[in-house]
Design a protein around this ligand. Structure first.
Ligand code: R5P
Length: 305
């Protein structure tokens, strides 16, 4: 029996090569082409008949990736793959999880429906589960959520002196708790009021008990960075040490990285679910272990994340 086969679109080729090695899989080859009218094509050059195929695609800026991903999955299926899975280190469209304004699309559900029709199972890292409590609430295929908390906690324990882990809002409590446990550090959760994409206010009750500690702001996503910036701004002047900012997924829209530096972040660190110069925590080993167990992972009921 052949080992699993990993394919990736060009942007993820380097990550996929390392992941294939970590997962004991073969890296499949393909060629892509973009036509003058903007349409695209994909051609597999590795035989995948009867192979267990994993397609690696981190879904940052998902709109331009969705169709090439569909074409690749269809090509793999037509070529006779026995199973087609999606490895999405960052899973997009998890935050529009309700109709916030009348008539609005609930894109988390639409996107989940699209991926559920395209793949046999998926694995991702720390999806934004909030009002949608489990991936199985919206995904109809087995969907496994892995957590980077241990890797992040170990990084904090190794690099930050006397850390106190702070989640910048109630939703981040799940990440703050897991990361602090792995870092063997105390943790707090801030109060956040969001008035718009770029208008956020954060306060940190209980901070005064942690003089002499280094604040480590942790969240699942840094997007506009406004949440982290507001938390850093609140700490400035109230705490003697500048905060370290850590996130699983670093999107850094609208100059968020520079904004965080200006807000007083001593260091900004992310995992490599989305490529960025701040990547300091490698999640390839975490994914590799999961994919090695892939045949059993899909037996796990999806509500067990
Ligand atoms: C919100 O619930 C998330 O956990 C993040 O706090 C949020 O998405 C970060 O967004 P931004 O960087 O735009 O403030």
């Amino acid at each position: 029996m052949h080992e699993p086969l990993v394919f990736a679109l060009p942007a993820d080729a380097g990550f996929a090569g390392r992941l294939a090695e970590a997962a004991g899989a073969e890296l499949g080859q393909l060629a892509t082409h973009e036509f003058p009218d903007g349409e695209s094509s994909v051609r597999l050059t590795t035989d995948c008949s009867s192979r267990d195929v994993m397609i690696v695609c981190t879904l940052h800026r998902p709109n331009g990736l969705a169709l090439p991903l569909l074409f690749l999955a269809d090509a793999v299926r037509r070529a006779g793959a026995s199973r087609v899975s999606l490895v999405a280190p960052y899973l997009a469209y998890m935050r529009q999880d309700a109709e916030f304004h009348s008539g609005e699309a609930v894109t988390a559900r639409s996107f989940a429906s699209f991926l559920s029709r395209t793949f046999d199972w998926l694995v991702t890292i720390d999806p934004h589960l909030h009002r949608i409590r489990r991936l199985s609430d919206v995904y109809t295929i087995p969907a496994v959520a892995l957590h980077a908390s241990s890797d992040i906690g170990e990084w904090i324990a190794a690099h930050v002196e006397s850390p106190v882990v702070i989640g910048p809002d109630a939703e981040s409590a799940q990440w703050a708790r897991g990361i602090a446990t792995a870092a063997r550090a105390p943790w707090l959760v801030a109060n956040k009021v969001r008035r718009g994409d770029a208008s956020v206010e954060v306060t940190v009750p209980g901070l005064e008990e942690f003089r002499g500690f280094t604040p480590v702001l942790v969240d699942d996503i840094i997007s506009t960075g406004r949440t982290m910036m507001a938390a850093a701004a609140h700490l400035s002047g109230r705490h003697s040490r500048q905060p370290v900012c850590v996130a699983v997924h670093g999107i850094f829209a609208y100059g968020a990285y520079d904004g965080l530096v200006a807000a007083g972040a001593a260091r900004i660190v992310t995992t490599n679910t989305i490529p960025h110069p701040s990547n300091a925590i490698d999640i390839v080993p975490l994914l590799g272990r999961a994919l090695r167990a892939g045949s059993t992972l899909v037996q796990i009921p999806t509500h067990s994340q």
